[in-house]
Design a protein around this ligand. Structure first.
Ligand SMILES: [Zn+2]
Length: 158
């Protein structure tokens, strides 16, 4: 892994600061162009209109510049579309450790994705209910566990 790639991979999500953009699967590619030394970073945005993406682009530029590469280009690709399935196992473990329920698996055999049960990140109970479609940020939803009655955030399955 190049130092530029390592610098980009360490950029944390501005809204869920326990996971990096690599954990989330946002980071697609980091290339250093031979000759020019320009670093081209390719990312796929998460939720449409998520304001965090502007912050992420700025953070990527800052991280790569700090690693000694002043010439940075951040490219955004929308296809294939990001889904919560791209969040790595390490990312899911970090979310759970922070008390945020990782996104539930989404069945993709139908036209409309069907969200399966969200498990409580504290006690693991599947007896949970959604309180609000919007949690502390637009990318999260607020749920409550019926077993331990604790509210918790979950990353919306997509
Ligand atoms: Zn619980």
């Amino acid at each position: 892994m190049s130092d530029a790639r390592a610098a980009v991979a360490a950029v944390v999500d501005p809204e869920i600061r326990v996971v990096t953009i690599e954990d989330l699967g946002i980071l697609r590619d980091v290339e250093v162009e031979p000759g020019t030394g320009r670093v081209v970073v390719t990312i796929t945005p998460t939720y449409t209109g998520c304001p965090a993406m502007d912050v992420i682009r700025a953070d990527i530029r800052r991280a790569v510049t700090a690693a000694g590469h002043p010439d940075v280009e951040v490219r955004t690709v929308h296809s294939p579309a990001w889904s919560t399935d791209w969040i790595s196992d390490a990312g899911r473990a970090k979310l759970a450790a922070a008390g945020i329920a990782p996104p539930a698996p989404v069945r993709r055999d139908g036209v409309v994705p069907l969200t399966l049960t969200v498990r409580c990140p504290r006690c693991g109970s599947p007896e949970t209910e959604q309180l609000s479609r919007f949690g502390s940020t637009a990318c999260k939803a607020l749920w409550r566990c019926r077993a331990c009655s604790e509210p918790f955030d979950t990353v919306k399955a997509l």
